[in-house]
Design a protein around this ligand. Structure first.
Ligand code: DC
Length: 218
């Protein structure tokens, strides 16, 4: 039996996670947060004080790590039995994830881990290369983006609401830097699949983005 797949790709901070989770819940489908796999690898590499650009070292860490996911309302991830969920959302983890994700061999090691999420009754897969590399045959594909300024503003608001210190200029700079790295890398760069629906969420409410994605499926 074929498993329906919906891919949602786009740059960081476009709202992919929130939209994907809501759509998966509504459809009763499984959810793959592929960024959390790269983030988990970043946590493992930082913990071992590995050089993030040393491909052989990072590949070894990627091969050895054992990840367990619990994709409930809040994502829980265990790395080698230890709950690392709290570290996944940190800015430093995201930036390190973007560095290790640029290594081609690392991406191929992590490919199967992502494909394993494709299970009945269906899958919503969120990332950068879901529609282009990991699930190129997906029936439904979305490319969700927003202007860098709007994404930085949303991230800033999130951090302040959580009681963290935040600097809008620095966040904007980091977002632009991450976009550049994710789009310019040779291996599976962030790109829109030719058969994807393009959604710019800069001036849209979350609800209207979710509705537009659900309309595509129905
Ligand atoms: O979606 P995210 O912010 O959690 O992703 C963190 C980093 O992981 C992102 O900057 C690039 C990398 N990534 C990737 O290369 N491919 C994916 N499918 C998902 C994430």
């Amino acid at each position: 039996m074929t498993v329906p797949v919906l891919t949602i790709d786009g740059p960081s901070g476009a709202g992919k996670g929130t939209v994907s989770r809501a759509v998966a819940k509504k459809l009763g489908w499984n959810y793959l947060d592929s960024g959390s796999i790269y983030r988990s690898l970043a946590v493992a590499a930082l913990k071992q004080q590995a050089d993030l650009e040393d491909e052989a070292a990072i590949v070894n860490i990627a091969r050895a790590m054992v990840l367990e996911f619990d994709c409930g309302d809040e994502l829980i991830v265990k790395l080698d039995g230890e709950d690392i969920s709290a570290q996944l959302g940190l800015e430093g983890t995201g930036n390190a994830a973007s560095v290790v994700a640029a290594l081609p061999e690392v991406r191929s090691v992590l490919l199967q881990k992502q494909k394993d999420f494709k299970q009945l009754p269906g899958l919503v897969a969120d990332g950068r290369d879901m529609g282009t590399v990991v699930f190129p045959d997906a029936e439904n594909k979305v490319f969700l983006t927003a202007s860098a300024a709007e994404r930085a503003k949303r991230r800033y608001k999130q951090l302040i609401e959580k009681g963290n210190d935040a600097n809008l200029a620095q966040i904007t700079h980091e977002i632009e830097e991450r976009d550049r790295r994710d789009m310019e890398r040779k291996a599976a760069p962030l790109a829109m699949a030719s058969d994807a629906l393009y959604i710019d969420s800069s001036d849209m409410t979350l609800e209207s983005v979710i509705d537009e994605v659900l309309n595509l499926i129905q």
